[in-house]
Design a protein around this ligand. Structure first.
Ligand code: NAD
Length: 265
């Protein structure tokens, strides 16, 4: 551990949407470095199963928390449970997310609002609930799960691209408001990662674009990468570990793209 990074042992972390995919891998990375991790998910059974699996692996521990990130009441009571159990919150990863694809003129308004609510209301509500605890102790790291779609656009993804661009703005405001109290906010922007969220899109996009599922993967998803490789959950978890363990405001208000060179900036 260098002076720049803090030990994650005993750090108290909340990861939303951590019953599956990227969030679960981030929770696993944190528990492997000795942290205490709340796996906050709308799928409580899966969250509890993931928490047990990670606690068995140790050396840290995990607990499942029932949380729909679009509900202010559920977010506040979930965060209160973490604070009652472990005392505070050091790290928030707002990761819960869904994908819904339609051409804009076919996009049902209720589906547009649902997607924006999970990604943006979820980031707002969870940040709002943890920031007072972070300010009280003079430190905290907030991490939003953005996407290459925080920087780029793709057809059929108007709601997702809008939400993921919005997270950059929210992280920058939190950085400016939180700086004097040691509260940092950063965004991770992965390329395509093979999780249930992406597996579901392959047949949907093939249908909407009138191409084969193989072409969706090789051309649409990975065509712009330097090596036609998927990014992995472990790649993303490592960036989440860096953002969580970095000690100072030297790294705040930033976004890191982890995408096999799909997007370069
Ligand atoms: P996933 O479907 O494997 O996991 C998403 C999790 O979020 C699930 O456990 C689900 O139960 C939970 N969730 C959904 N709605 C929720 C709600 N209202 N409240 C609480 N939890 C809820 O998906 P993933 O691929 O691991 O995606 C995680 C995040 O990563 C998302 O924000 C997604 O946009 C982002 N992302 C994914 C990729 C990718 O290629 N998979 C790329 C870039 C960004």
């Amino acid at each position: 551990m260098t002076d720049v990074l803090q030990d994650m042992k005993g750090k108290i972390c909340i990861v939303t949407g951590a019953a599956s995919g990227i969030g679960k891998a981030i929770a696993a990375r944190y528990v492997a470095s000795g942290a205490k991790v709340a796996i906050a998910d709308i799928a409580l059974d899966k969250a509890e199963a993931a928490a047990k699996e990670l606690t068995d692996q140790g050396p840290g521990e995990a607990m499942g928390i029932d949380m729909d990130v679009t509900s202010e009441e559920a977010v506040n009571s979930g965060v209160a449970k973490v604070v009652d159990t472990w005392g505070t919150v050091d790290v928030l990863v707002s990761n819960a997310g869904v994908q819904i694809v339609h051409k804009l003129e076919d996009f049902p308004f209720d589906e547009w609002k649902k997607l924006l609510s999970i990604h943006l209301d979820g980031a707002f509500l969870t940040s709002k609930a943890v920031i007072p605890h972070m300010k009280k102790q003079g430190s905290g790291s907030i991490i939003f799960m953005g996407s290459v779609h925080s920087k780029e656009a793709s057809p059929l993804k108007s709601a997702y691209v809008t939400a993921k661009h919005g997270l950059l703005g929210l992280a920058r405001v939190i950085s400016k408001e939180g700086g004097k109290d040691g509260v940092r906010a950063n965004v991770i922007c992965p390329g395509f990662v093979k999780t249930p969220l992406v597996e579901k899109q392959i047949p949907e996009q093939a249908k909407d674009l009138g191409i084969s599922e193989e072409e969706v993967v090789s051309d649409v998803m990975l065509g712009e990468t330097v090596d036609t490789e998927f990014t992995t959950v472990e790649d993303v978890a490592e960036i989440a570990h860096l953002f969580a363990s970095f000690k100072t405001n030297a790294l705040t208000g930033q976004s890191v793209v982890v995408s096999h060179g799909w997007y370069m900036n």
